[in-house]
Design a protein around this ligand. Structure first.
Ligand SMILES: C[S@@+](CC[C@H](N)C(=O)[O-])C[C@H]1O[C@@H](n2cnc3c(N)ncnc32)[C@H](O)[C@@H]1O
Length: 406
């Protein structure tokens, strides 16, 4: 593999072209290709766990290959998304979804007089996401969708995925950086302005979803809301492999770019909820999570990481809170790796896709610390391999850290 290249084919960008994998984008989603490659190289793997499953990439690849896969994530919206992506849909369900989409569009077009009664999610500064003339047609689609299909069902799930795509398609959010930002000028609005176009475009999104939804998934993937810090997996049969990309140690809050979907679909009701959820997440720093960090104390049992100690002291000279952030990140990962060892069958394998990080002038060799921790918790044959260069900063790379339980 060429190690000095950015390799867009090994990121979420490549996934966007791959049917169900491209349904809803999440910047840190990892590569479909990489998961296939691991499973090609290890044909003995049949039962897989992804304890940080995000958009469900591992589960969908495993399902497409006819394998068993359990997915865990702390974020209930992502678990819903993964379930919908890994589900099977009959011809009748696909036909009903298409018919309902047509009724929704008709109703949404007729509903312009209902503007006062429309529900708009309580996202703070919502106008940063959508200008008023986009927000109203989106709210009309959502209102019509819930009137036509009031109860949860497979057809509704597919329509909601299409709605999530419309939300982002018409938002001011720009995803061309590692994390999301907002466009200053609303350039597209000038081009597409008409409300009818936003409503009509929903049908195109539904068709995009239905194209991939009809492909049969032979495997068995299940997804659960769970905190992977501390096991939580006690009843499970042992796994042959863990294939995962844990949260990055770079202060990236996944909740940030997920907020629009989560508010519209009812997973967040007020801004404090996002901070509370991020505090449960490893590496979360959104809202209240940052102030909670200020009083956080390490667990003694997970505090013995010799390679980390000088680094957190160095970061503390510039920022106490960032130093605590890095400290807590590895405290949580230690606890996680200890519990994962118990979940594996003998000869089981782990594959962790991680990135190194830099805080001020301190480079954290995240991959080396994972390797140290795997060794501490009883793994053997530990191997660190560079996969790709991450971005323009020359020291930042992505790695696979793999190991075996003997
Ligand atoms: C790098 S993302 C995984 C991306 C995934 N490989 C994909 O392709 O979409 C890391 C995930 O870990 C989840 N996470 C963070 N802390 C967690 C915890 N304590 N337990 C379970 N999941 C957690 C986040 O919600 C996020 O979805």
């Amino acid at each position: 593999m060429a190690m000095n290249k950015q390799r867009a084919d090994l990121t979420f960008k490549d996934n966007l072209r791959k049917g169900r994998h491209g349904w809803v984008r999440l910047t840190p989603a990892y590569s479909v290709k990489l998961v296939h490659q691991i499973l090609e190289e290890h044909p003995q793997i049949e039962r897989i766990l992804d304890p940080f499953s995000g958009t469900g990439t591992t589960g969908l690849v495993a399902g497409q290959r006819g394998l068993h896969c359990d997915l865990y994530d702390i974020n209930p919206f992502l678990i819903w998304l993964a379930r919908v992506k890994c589900d099977n849909y009959s011809v009748e369900q696909i036909d009903r979804t298409r018919a309902n989409a047509n009724i929704i569009v008709k109703l949404a077009n007729e509903n312009s007089s209902l503007e006062q009664a429309l529900w708009i999610p309580p996202i703070s500064n919502i106008e940063r996401w959508w200008s008023q003339d986009r927000l109203l047609p989106l709210a009309r689609i959502f209102h019509a969708l819930n009137s036509v299909v009031p109860n949860p069902c497979r057809e509704k799930n597919l329509l909601l995925i299409a709605f999530c795509r419309s939300l982002i398609q018409w938002s001011n959010a720009a995803f061309n950086h590692q994390s999301m930002s907002f466009a200053n000028e609303d350039k597209q609005l000038r081009l597409f302005g008409a409300e009818e176009e936003i409503i009509q475009n929903f049908l195109a999104e539904v068709e995009m979803i239905l194209g991939a939804a009809s492909a049969y998934i032979p495997g068995n993937t299940q997804a659960f809301v769970a905190d992977s810090k501390n096991g939580n997996l006690d009843q499970c049969q042992p796994y042959d492999a863990v294939i995962t990309s844990p949260p990055y140690a770079n202060r990236m809050s996944y909740i940030r770019e997920l907020r629009p979907y989560m508010y519209w679909l009812g997973y967040l009701k007020k801004s404090r909820d996002a901070g509370e959820l991020d505090w449960q997440a490893i590496g979360g720093t959104w809202g209240i999570a940052t102030s909670k960090l200020k009083t956080w104390k390490p667990h003694d049992a997970y505090n013995d990481i010799p390679r980390l100690d000088p680094l957190i002291k160095e970061i503390a000279r510039s920022s106490d809170v960032l130093s605590r952030y890095v400290h807590k990140y590895f405290n949580d990962i230690s606890q996680h790796l200890e519990s994962i060892h118990k979940r594996l069958a003998p000869q089981g394998k782990v594959f962790y896709v991680v990135g190194n990080s830099k805080f001020y002038d301190t480079l954290i060799s995240v991959e080396e610390i994972y390797a140290d921790l795997m060794s501490k918790y009883g793994f053997e044959n530990i191997n660190v391999q560079v996969i790709r260069k991450r971005n323009s900063k020359k020291e930042l790379f992505e790695y696979i850290v793999s190991a075996d339980k003997i």
